[in-house]
Write a protein that binds this ligand. Structure first.
Ligand code: AGP
Length: 609
């Protein structure tokens, strides 16, 4: 997630922009820049790396001025570099833009602009906006921006300044956050409130398809049809720390709640709601490559490994190619059978996990094609793979992985659908069923996250239990393992995830009133089997928390607590089932009074063996 800031008022703008960008650092970034209107010119200064690099450049030549925009870039299109850093300018340097989001139709727009004689200096989608505004500009910046955003498809929160109109910033948003800070004879725009919290607590939270025309004397809001919009001023009560977490107590809770948006952003441009298209830009596999595959080896660690488990279920079920699964630390040392008809599917949020990198390199050395699923553009995994599919979850700050996991499952669903089409192993009706179910996942996640008091009640009741047993079947065996990992890593309670069918082969010995069992029992092929396993637990006085499909009333006779989750296709259910498991772990840890975002002994990225 990039960060944008803007200021217009009576104070020197450069330090305000840099300070604002620093307050947005938690959003993660790989480059930064500012554009300042100074002596009738727009001075642009940008640098790859941390803000300190930009500041060292600004020390020598900090432009004077009272209006400007700034940006921290989380790369999505185009590697981290000075050229790709924002702000981006039009051909003349008179119009400059910063942007957070993804312009899905930037390539056809760029092609047309180049044909019209525009010169591009970056690989980014954002630069297209500057040249579109340049073409549309006829003396009214607000009108030029309005007509430009009407041509954009995808997500954006953008801000534009123009040398010929030195008294205003024009901002607009669709699907990416944008806020306006209302000061005394000065005004601000930003991706998030922390950027200007020291200066004002009066905020407009801008809605989709809204234009904000920001002058130091006042702010005017318009619809994209050009009609005026009136909006209540919101008085923020958060302090700066709380504001970085969007008002949530911990980054983990914020990131749990970001999942509907993260899922939508990860699906955007890849699954069409109008056509049957599944588009995987960056896949790195030709149809010929796909047709000659005889095996897929999945390589990952921790939560990413659990995502790989679901991926195995999806790919074998739809694509009918054998999928081998191994934690990377095992694969790299066991002399795996891999050749040039093998696809190594590498999953890593950070793209820097040592064992995963080593496993990937070993697979590559043995001749495999490598497809990576990662959340970090320019990461080692991304750079070394043959193809990369990004999860657009935005930076995941909490050590306990949440939105990265569910967006990895989203990408795996799309890959399975795509591969099954190329290999002709999916029927038209099954294809349509899955596409429809996948399309509604973000909305179902939103619905689930809108109210979950029952989970907090569960956490309160069970937070002092001696241990947890998580059981699931099919794709939800992975859910059981993931649920157990979550509660282990932040609540420090021993928890074990296992195949429910394994109950009689050992785990049943653990059942007693001090042990809580979490049964993932959403509707699917083995639903009745899981109910039987729950009866075995009940018979031994074990307490059960059931994760069940909405409207499932039968299960209430077996479980002490039931958490209902919207129903979807079984192979997609781990995406939604992850949500209650994440929240249960979070609130158990909270009741136990633990530090949640940075749990003991753990690092966000395990870059050593
Ligand atoms: C999960 O909550 C943990 N943070 C950990 O298991 C993590 O998933 C694992 O270290 C893999 O990290 P990666 O996805 O960045 O490779």
């Amino acid at each position: 997630m990039c960060g944008i800031v803007g200021y217009t008022g009576g104070r020197e703008v450069c330090p305000i922009l840099v300070d604002g960008l620093r307050r947005l650092e938690y959003r993660g970034y790989d480059s930064a820049g500012v554009a300042i209107l100074s002596d009738e010119r727009i001075e642009v200064c940008k640098a790859t790396g941390k803000l300190s690099v930009l500041e060292s450049v600004l020390i020598d030549n900090s432009p004077n001025g009272v209006l400007g925009i700034g940006h921290t870039r989380w790369a999505t299109h185009g590697r981290p570099s000075d050229e790709n850093a924002h702000p981006h300018s039009d051909c003349t340097g008179s119009i400059v833009v910063v942007h957070n989001g993804i312009i899905e139709n930037y390539l056809p727009l760029k092609t047309q602009l180049i044909a019209n004689g525009h010169k591009f200096v970056s690989e980014t989608d954002t630069e297209v906006i500057a040249h579109l505004v340049e073409e549309a500009y006829q003396g009214d910046l607000a009108e030029a921006v309005r007509s430009t955003v009407l041509r954009l498809e995808g997500s954006f929160a953008l801000a534009v300044i123009c040398r010929e109109q030195p008294d205003l910033i024009v901002a607009a948003r669709r699907h990416s956050p944008l806020v306006v800070g209302l000061g005394e004879n000065e005004n601000f725009i930003a991706s998030d409130v922390p950027a200007f919290l020291p200066y004002t607590k009066k905020v407009y939270f801008i809605d989709d398809d809204t234009l904000a025309i920001v002058k130091k004397s006042g702010v005017e809001l318009r619809s994209l049809d050009g009609d005026p919009i009136s909006k209540d001023v919101f008085e923020v009560t958060w302090n700066a720390d709380m504001a970085e977490r969007g008002g949530y107590e911990h980054f983990m809770l914020k990131e749990i709640h970001e999942q509907p948006t993260a899922l939508r952003e990860t699906m955007r441009g890849r699954l069409s709601s109008e056509t049957a298209d599944v588009t995987l830009e960056g896949l790195g596999l030709s149809h010929e490559d796909i047709l000659k595959l005889n095996k897929i080896v999945m390589i990952a660690c921790g939560t990413a490994y659990h995502a790989a488990m679901v991926g195995k279920y999806m790919i074998e079920g739809l694509v009918r190619i054998p999928v081998e699964l191994d934690v990377a630390s095992e694969l790299r040392y066991r002399d795996p059978i891999i050749d040039n008809n093998t696809l190594a599917l590498v999953i890593s949020q950070s793209g820097e996990t040592a064992d995963t990198l080593a496993g990937m390199r070993e697979a590559k050395r043995r001749g495999a094609k490598v497809l990576a699923i990662t959340n970090v553009v320019g990461s080692s995994v991304a750079r070394e793979a043959d193809g990369v599919l990004y999860t657009y979850a935005g930076p995941e700050i909490a050590v306990a992985s949440t939105k990265a996991y569910t967006t990895q499952l989203m990408v795996l669903s799309l890959v399975s659908l795509y591969l099954s089409r190329v290999r002709g192993t999916i029927s038209t009706e099954r294809d349509a069923q899955l596409r429809r179910a996948l399309w509604y996942i973000p909305e179902q996640a939103d619905l689930f996250l809108s109210e979950y008091q029952d989970i907090i009640g569960c956490a309160d009741r069970y937070h002092n239990f001696a241990g947890f047993l998580y059981m699931g079947r099919g794709p939800n065996l992975a859910s059981a393992l993931e649920g157990a990992l979550k509660i282990k890593e932040i609540a420090y309670i021993h928890a074990e995830g296992y195949a429910a069918g394994e109950m009689k082969h050992g785990p049943i010995a653990m059942i007693d009133p001090s042990m809580a069992t979490v049964a993932i029992a959403t509707k699917g092929r083995t639903y009745e089997k899981v109910l039987s396993n729950m009866q075995e637990v009940k018979a031994r006085l074990g307490e059960i928390i059931a994760i069940a499909s909405t409207h499932d009333t039968e299960i209430h006779s077996l479980a002490d607590k039931v958490i209902h989750v919207p129903e979807t296709e079984e192979m997609l259910s781990p995406i939604l089932n992850a949500l209650p498991l994440q929240l249960l772990a979070y609130y158990v840890a909270k009741f136990r009074g633990h530090e949640i975002d940075q749990p003991r002994n753990l690092a966000k990225s395990v870059t050593v063996e």
